[in-house]
Design a protein around this ligand. Structure first.
Ligand code: C5P
Length: 400
């Protein structure tokens, strides 16, 4: 939905990754974008203008002096009605030129004369990417407000392995979607907890919850996309840190509590997505426990602090959002939990539908009742949650 009607100028520079841009053009057009392709001379050695024309349904351009644009103004006209310029693949040469404001062909001239934002998906050999000059240029572009999508590490067309692979088309589409998210949390400081906690039994064994951290990481990502400054306090998970998010890794519930206490002071929103272990082991063994004890093994468990309830009780508490993973009676448990923790908003899901999966089905509970967000990818549900939360916060501000 975010991409429908967006007007994008898709620039292609020379590189083997340009074949992925044909797929990117197709995916963008399918999402309802108006895509206009501009190719450098080198890009046309990898994909033809005819291909890009067929996939976008409109003229693909590559010549600065194309007589079809009135008054030789192609370098200005072709980007004036655009919402965003996406350059994929962005070669080392294009990045260097853009960082220095050079304009010697149609694409670089359009980029220099642009009024709209620029997003680039770099693609190059690992040595070119790691070269100090490229890294300097990338930093300069970041400082200039250019958005970077990738690159990632992996096998390269040249046979080498390392950083410099262009993102796949679907991942670039996701970055463009992220770029267009409404900035409803601009200026807000947000703390998110995610993942499970691990409570040691002995040096090698733990009590934990089955939680992949995917939902919490999606929430952190969605909050960042909405313009917030996000601190993500994560239990032991293998998820990649969302771009632009500050991450603090913890293991136990007590460590998570300590990290939350340090992070929430003065923040605007606290979103507790973590599946915190309710209990920890009181009689934790210093050495690995051996099997064969005649009377079995008894673990003494003590309750962990409820982090969310503690934050919600603070004098100048941030806007608190809780998550509830239930195995049955979702509505009843969710309403009871929201009241008990004293929080304005609670997101509930059935554990069996969410655990480890990339999709979920969530219902929100607030003072106005319940709001089903439907089923979908976790990032889409996280964006809906962020939108609902921002609207609720704005309503509260107006009511004050
Ligand atoms: O009570 P229950 O664990 O089901 O509540 C779930 C909500 O409370 C989640 O938002 C979870 O992150 C939070 N929580 C917490 N600290 C705990 C237990 C749960 O912050 N010790």
């Amino acid at each position: 939905m975010t991409l429908k009607g967006r007007r994008i100028l898709l620039g292609l520079t020379g590189g083997i990754a340009a074949y992925k841009s044909a797929e990117l053009a197709r995916a963008l057009a399918k999402s309802g974008c108006d895509v206009r392709a501009v190719l450098t001379e080198a890009a046309t050695r990898f994909v033809g203008t005819a291909t890009m024309q067929a996939l976008t349904g409109q003229t693909a351009w590559s010549d600065l002096w194309d007589p079809r644009v009135a008054d030789n103004m192609a370098h200005i006209e072709l980007s004036r009605d655009r919402d965003l310029i996406v350059v994929a693949p962005a070669s080392a040469d294009f990045i260097a030129k853009t960082a220095h404001g050079l304009a010697d062909d149609l694409l670089s001239t359009l980029v220099l004369a642009r009024r709209c934002p620029l997003l680039i998906a770099p693609a190059m050999n690992v040595e070119m990417w790691e070269n100090a000059a490229t890294q300097r240029n990338i930093l300069a572009l970041r400082d200039d407000g250019v958005t970077l999508a990738g690159p990632v590490a992996g096998d390269q067309a040249c046979g080498e392995t390392g950083m410099g692979r262009m993102l796949e088309a679907a991942a670039i589409v996701a970055e463009i979607e992220a770029f267009f998210q409404p900035k409803v949390l601009a200026g807000k400081r947000i703390v998110v907890t995610a993942g499970p906690t691990e409570e040691p039994i002995d040096p090698v064994r733990v009590i934990t919850n089955a939680s992949s951290g995917k939902m919490g990481f999606a929430v952190a990502r969605a909050a960042r996309e909405a313009g917030a400054e996000v601190t993500l306090i994560a239990g032991p998970v293998t998820q990649p840190t969302p771009p632009g998010v500050a991450r603090v890794d913890v293991r136990t519930a007590e460590a998570m509590f300590k990290a939350v206490k340090a992070a929430v002071a003065g923040c605007d929103v606290f979103i507790a997505v973590a599946a915190v272990s309710d209990y920890r082991v009181a009689n934790r063994a210093a050495q690995k426990i051996k099997k064969g004890a005649a009377r079995g093994l008894r673990l003494e468990l003590v309750e962990n602090p409820d982090i969310l309830a503690w934050v919600a009780k603070q004098k100048r508490a941030p806007f608190c959002v809780g998550f509830a993973a239930e195995s049955e009676k979702l509505g009843a448990h969710a309403r009871e939990k929201r009241a008990r923790k004293g929080i304005p908003l609670l997101a509930a899901n059935l554990a069996q539908e969410a655990l480890g999966s990339d999709t979920n089905a969530i219902t929100l509970f607030d003072d106005n009742g319940e709001h089903p967000l439907g089923r979908g990818p976790k990032i889409e549900l996280a964006r809906k949650l962020v939108a609902h939360m921002a609207a609720l916060m704005a309503r509260r501000r107006r009511a004050r």
